[in-house]
Design a protein around this ligand. Sequence first.
Ligand SMILES: [Zn+2]
Length: 390
Amino acid sequence: MVEKAYRYRLYPTPEQESLLRRTLGCVRLVYNKALAARTEAWYKQKERVGYSQTSSMLTGWKKLDELDFLNEVSCVPLQQGLRHLQTAFTNFFGGQTKYPNFKKKRNGGSAEFTKSAFKFKEGKVYVAKCKEPLPIRWSRQLPKNCKPSTITVKLDPSGRWFVSLRVDDPTNHQLKPINKKVGIDLGITSLFTTSDGVKVSNPKHFDKLYKKLRLAQKSLNRKIKGSKNREKARVKVARISAKIADCRRDHTHKLTTQLIRENQTIVVEDLAVKNMVKNHKLARAISDANWGELIRQLTYKAEWYGRELIKIDRWFPSSKRCSNCGYITERMPLNIREWDCPKCDSHHDRDINASINILAAGLAVLVCGATVRAEQSKSVKPSAKKQKPK
Ligand SMILES: [Zn+2]
């Protein structure tokens, strides 16, 4: 069984749209109130407030006259919102993410319905408090004999509605094993380079979209705050951003599916993208490259299709090491695209060489269970010796 999410466009009737908008509004309000309560408890009393406490707070809020409207929408998405807040805090305390932010109306929003709050009958989706089925544009088929376990209704910042259905797919997707392995170097000038010598770049039409986005943002900045024209300009920016995000997702899907189909074992560097994005010079290039999404897709597709993904330590000196003889150079600035090994005279393309090293390191992990950390300390020692002449 693999869990999959299927996303479709949704065209709610005016009546449904009004209910859904109110639901999203209530989810946002409850989430923000709970976040405020948790923050205050922490800063004032150094107390940690958990999910169950926020859940009982919600029960209390629903009894207040001024928050009576919370009873008009399904309670499930409100509870789910509190669960998402709990996850956000768990990730924050685990050091993976920043402190949770308040939700803003202009970013759209979402409402998650678990089994008790929706019905799936004869291929139609009914959500709580809504008589008519949701008008969904079924752009692709759900796997046969599948019933969604959760559905999420989403409004994006440009005003488009989506519904995402989570299903457990019993179909076996495992591909026939093949004997091919590849290493991948995530790059900046190209999206990635494989140890087969293939360089993949971002599609050219992205540049055009970015130009459009920049123009739209400039126009937005000129509009007076709170004016109707500003709202129009905001939607325009949101639409172009959504278009860019869609294109990027499609492109990444194509690439990851191809990599998974053609290779049994794929080795990547486990980059802490989040840390690298802090460097502003690299930021645009890296977020364009969409590395995090690339690795995320490879991870779940490898599992679906019975392939192997190996992530190696990000401090492995993949660029500095000669893939032919193992010599490690001291410095390898980003502007050096090609180099010659001083020891064995091999001529290297920087990225192809790195991806070959990544593949080798991944295979070492696979064969002898060696950790890449061990290899790292080996590579550090010689230079450490040089620094301390006696
Ligand atoms: Zn060499």
